[in-house]
Design a protein around this ligand. Structure first.
Ligand SMILES: [Zn+2]
Length: 301
């Protein structure tokens, strides 16, 4: 909820509920004008530096600057955020499910709607059934895909993957590609969406794509890492490989759309919330996330 606005903020008012976007767009740069606001360059440098848009941080500790992760730093009771990062929320939208929209939901659903552009009846494989992967699964379901095959090392994610719309669950690891081919006429899938961001998984995922199909890389591997994909096969089998950053969404267009779909009963957000934590337990929340606990944890203030 907005407590106070700065002097030049016109479209937001105190008391208003908002969702936060970690990739605000300016609406005026080369990319914004071409309908790719997720690639907006205007605010990229300060946000990556962990400062506000004027190049300075608002937080400090013992006189030393504290930087704002993604320009938001929202694990606190009060946060200073750039106005363009705030997307208004209807007053009747509950806050815990709304908290999921600005990251995993946008990234996962956007990857299917906008980057991969999954068509009805197409086969889709999703590597990784974490926060982004579960939303790629429900995005594929909303697109009318079949089958929707979830792949994860953690067999305990089978149930939540099916809740979100997966029709099959394949145990990750060495035998995954063979199992996927067995479910897709021996060919592989029309679309494979990789949400793990591990080089070895990215390399394996191409093997699950049918000739002429599309691999969409959503998971972020470490900067400087190298993924080795076979050029000869990419040519001979006409694979398409796409990167998907923030699900290719336009936050100002799509966050309200996702809220509307939730309120209409078409988007599953409550089902994603497996745990809630008070702010004091945030280290437990991170430990649970890193251990691969199924579903999302939400810090409730
Ligand atoms: Zn821009």
């Amino acid at each position: 909820m907005i407590v106070e606005t700065g002097p030049n903020v016109r479209d937001l008012r105190p008391g208003q509920h908002v969702m936060l976007s970690w990739a605000p767009d300016c609406g005026e740069c080369f990319y914004c004008l071409r309908g790719q606001p997720n690639l907006c360059t205007t605010y990229t440098d300060p946000l990556w530096e962990g400062v506000m848009l004027d190049g300075t941080p608002r937080l400090s500790w013992d006189g030393a600057p504290v930087y704002h992760y993604c320009g938001l730093a929202a694990f606190s009771e009060y946060a200073v955020v750039p106005a363009p990062a705030c997307i208004p929320l209807p007053d009747d939208m509950p806050l815990a499910p709304a908290a999921l929209v600005g990251c995993a939901v946008a990234t996962g659903i956007g990857a299917t709607f906008y980057t991969a552009q999954v068509r009805p009846g197409q086969s889709v494989v999703i590597y990784g059934a974490g926060g982004v992967g579960l939303n790629a699964i429900q995005g594929a379901a909303l697109c009318g895909a079949y089958p929707i095959i979830a792949v994860d090392l953690g067999g305990e994610k089978d149930a939540i993957a099916r809740t979100m719309g997966a029709t099959h669950f394949v145990q990750g690891g060495a035998g995954a590609v063979e199992a996927i081919r067995a479910l897709t006429g021996g060919r592989g899938a029309d679309h494979v969406i990789e949400t793990v961001g591990a080089v070895a998984v990215q390399e394996q995922a191409l093997g699950a794509v049918r000739p002429g199909g599309v691999l969409t890389l959503v998971g972020l591997s470490s900067m400087g890492s190298g993924t080795n994909l076979p050029g000869a096969l990419i040519v001979r089998k006409e694979f398409t490989i796409k990167g998907s950053y923030y699900g290719s969404v336009s936050p100002r267009r799509d966050f309200p759309r996702f809220v509307e779909l939730y309120q209409a009963g078409r988007l599953k957000l409550d089902e994603l919330i497996a745990r809630t934590y008070p702010l004091d337990a945030i280290n437990t929340a991170f430990a649970d996330m890193l251990s691969g606990a199924p579903g999302r944890g939400v810090v409730v203030f």
